[in-house]
Design a protein around this ligand. Sequence first.
Ligand SMILES: *Cc1c(COP(=O)(O)O)cnc(C)c1O
Length: 376
Amino acid sequence: MIPFNKPPYTGNEEQYLLTAARSSAMAGDGQFSKKCEQWFETTFNVNKCLLTPNCTQALEMAAILLDIQPGDEVIMPSYTFVSTANAFVLRGAKVIFVDIRQDTLNIDENKIADAITPKTKAIVVVHYAGVACEMDSIMTLANDNNIFVVEDAAQGVMSNYKGKALGTIGHLGAYSFHETKNYTSGGEGGLLLINDPEFVERAEIIREKGTNRSKFFRGMIDKYSWVDVGSSYLPSELQAAYLWGQLEKAEEINEKRLSLWNRYANNLQSLALSQHIELPTIPQGCIHNAHMFYIKVADIKIRSKFIAFLKESDIHSVFHYIPLHSAEAGLKHGIFSGSDVYTTKESERLIRLPMYFSLSLEDVDMICNKINTFFA
Ligand SMILES: *Cc1c(COP(=O)(O)O)cnc(C)c1O
């Protein structure tokens, strides 16, 4: 059986987990947390990084930091995971959904301007499959209109756009270390990237239950107390320890995934040329991280047949997202700006193929043979 996903595991995670478990400090912000945060700050040239229990909560922190208030509007694609929207809806925001591009399935940068109103507070971009949105034009548009940009880079760890790591371009960014992502901190995990230094001090307070405890630990004040709203957004040291095992092997994991991705692309080239399927597009200036290998087939009927066909051979392929604007909560909390040309159509054609660190090139060849059989 070839599953759709297996969490990455490289070997040292166990030892680090034990080290953390046997130390006298297992709560958040211990040695492993510091090591991971510093790794991200130096490797990706980020002003400040804070680990969170998951990416959803990093996005929630972003919404609090931007002071999102009831009635504020937040622009984002409809073709995304629910957390992108929920984090802002929880603060009372109205979500303004914008159509995606046919090629990358990222928010269409040319359709954002029409969605901006005096109430617009932020644009949340999602770098789908670890392939960058068109950040130059999005940042220019946001700066011209005094709007914040949050990058949901849950899928984009180790990807970059014109030399900048995804998550480091907007005012704030968020990574996920869920077990389905390229790197995991033991099943669940996330990171808030703070690129605009104005947000650093308040981010530490929000993350520490609304207290100035971080300042206290740095010896800057005698006592810590409740100074702002906040919650508990610190992951356990066990999560950070697991993640450290993966970050030490970050390049190895990335290279392996890219080799699998390229193998799929080469093997399926002829099906793309004969127009049975469409392959992913990587625009100029984008270096991706092989988070996902997806294909697009003609329509939803062929997709259902395709998934069932692979399943008969014990190969697990999946699809996602039901566009948020057409979901029950999406209808309540959001509205689509302009017309839905690609969001629904492309979402019904997409299939994700098995992609994980321990998958072999031979597995990919076998899967591609089956796919060729299906279309023959
Ligand atoms: C996985 C994912 C999230 C949520 O990440 P968690 O760490 O599971 O909270 C948010 N947005 C996108 C685009 C994702 O793919």
